[in-house]
Structures are given as structure tokens and as C-alpha cells.
Design a protein around this ligand. Sequence first.
Ligand SMILES: C[S@@+](CC[C@H](N)C(=O)[O-])C[C@H]1O[C@@H](n2cnc3c(N)ncnc32)[C@H](O)[C@@H]1O
Length: 326
Amino acid sequence: MVDKLDYIHKGDTLKFLESINTKVDLVVSSPPYNIGRGKEKRKSLDLYIAYQTKVLEQCSRLLKPSGSIFWEVGSYTDETGHYPLDILMFPIFQKLGMFPKNRIIWPRAHGLQASKRFTDRHEAILWFTKSPDKYRFYLDNVRIPQLYPNKKEWAGPNKGKLSGNPLGKNPGDVWLFENVKHNHEEQCIHPAQFPESLIKRIILSTTKKNDVVLDPYMGSGTTAVVAKDLKRHYLGAEIDSEYHILIKRRLSGKPQNGKFVNLKQLRQYFAKHPKSNSADFSFDAQTSKVPSTVATTDLGKTLFDKEELWHAISVLFNSKLKMNGN
Ligand SMILES: C[S@@+](CC[C@H](N)C(=O)[O-])C[C@H]1O[C@@H](n2cnc3c(N)ncnc32)[C@H](O)[C@@H]1O
């Protein structure tokens, strides 16, 4: 394979990764969930982990010394129990000599229901770096609004000065991004898309313009789309032909036979071509008639809304505890 940039290979990711030598600044992906739904064939847990180990060995080989890997996973459940994949994968990264920086929790409002245990309502994103200290982290690019931006110190040498960073606060390790389902404007035909804002946070916090971002499991191409928007190079693979075509269409941003891949691209097109006739266009997948109000690439705004909600919930929860005398 000739090393290329801004390229999505159609086929098996391991064979692709083994065939290239392009050095990358960031690897970010959600590997197949291995739950056997949709087009996926379920493997035994051992086989799944063995294959993931090989893929991660290749990712580590291609990663520059200053680089990062973000690996987003759920869990594996069988008749014997429930196995969080991030716990099983943590040692793989350690054996590769990589350094853990965060275990990020991505809570979910919806999903499959369990009947014999509590339902899963989060996924985890492991962040590992190749160097313990010489890795890139641009926190200022991804700060979120302070809950009380005008709060001032009330005593001490800084009395009267803002108590928080005016650029905003660290987003923390619980990421309240809405998952892409039903009435989300980014929804394509793929069942497991990353929200663009989640990938935007990862790319902006760990890379610079012209850096190279690798996603070994491109799916609907979210990583490539966001990398391109942010003027980074992308690289990756997708084994499924239908999704591979989807990625190309999504990257082009153009309609094919009058159809866009999602509502977001249709909206963007009409913003640029206001004289177009809306009856001539539609988009592939939208299961609700009403588009989501919080599905936006405006990172700060979306998170601020959610943070406020979270805050309200915690205030209610704490007052309930006090009422109960705890
Ligand atoms: C969880 S999805 C990734 C979704 C992606 N994060 C997005 O935003 O759309 C995993 C993808 O990996 C693809 N896949 C599974 N096994 C693969 C393999 N061996 N090589 C390449 N792609 C594979 C699946 O077809 C699926 O689209």
C-alpha cells in the first residue's frame, strides 16, 4: 500500500494498518461493539480482545512520540456476566508501553434495556499517550463556560478578582454529548456514529493544523469529516461497502440524486444556496419529524445547556439527601 493522506481504505483495518508507515499524531476510534447486532458478527471475547490487541499494536507503531490514542468502548455481556471492555483493554495499552491520561465516561440517556442486571448507561473512552509527559494537550482550545462566570473571590489577596479562569473551565472526564440517534441532525444510515462535537473536542485538544488523525474503524466517517473541517489530515479504514460509500458522500458534502447523507448537510447546503428549491432535495435517514434542538457543532453552547441540566439535577439530589438527614 502506498502511504496516502486524506484516504479511507475499503477493507480490513488490520491488513491496512500493517501495510502503511504514515506517522500519525492522533488515533481515535470506536471499534466494533461485538454485540452481534446489525451487520456485526459476534466473536468470542478472547478472539475479540486478541484482534484488538493486534490493531492497537499497529496503532502504537504508527503513532508519533508526542501522539495520543482515544479508544471508545462499551462492554461485553454473555451468560456468565458483564465485562467492561475498557478494563480488559487497559493492560493492552500498558503492555505497549503507553501511559494512561484519562478514562472518560460518556453517559447515555437511551439504549438496550437489561432485565437481569442494571441497564448500561455509559461508555468509556480510554486516553493513552506514547510519552508520559511530552504529549500534546491544548486545554484552552476546549474549555467550557464556567457555571458562574462572574463569581469573584470574596476574601484573601485575590479578593474581588474572578475566581474561575475567564477562558472557561476544564471539561472534566464526564462528557455529556448527546448520542446520535433518531432526531439528531447528524444521523446518517450508520447505527453507531460519534457526535461530531465529541471528536471535535478530542482533535482540538491534542492536535494542530495539518496533523494526521487516524481512525481504524471509520463507520460513517465522523472522524474524517471533523478532521477535514478543522484542517487536519485524516486516514482510516472501513470494511463495509455501504458505509464506505457513505463516508465518501459525507466528505463531499454534496447531494447524490438529490439526497444528502443527513439533515445537517442539507441545512448547510441551503445556507449556501438559498435560492435552491427544497422540494428537489431530501436526506437518507431521519426517524423523527422534528430535528433535535441540541444537536449542534457549537461545542460550548451544547455543553453549557447540558451542564446546567446536570447542575439542576445535582442540586435537587443534594437537597433530597439533606431532607433525608444524610
Ligand atoms: C462502532 S462503528 C464506528 C462508528 C464511527 N465511530 C462513526 O462515527 O461513525 C465500527 C465500524 O467498524 C467497521 N468494521 C468492523 N470490523 C472492521 C474491520 N475488520 N476493518 C475495518 N472496519 C471494520 C464496521 O463496519 C463499523 O462501521
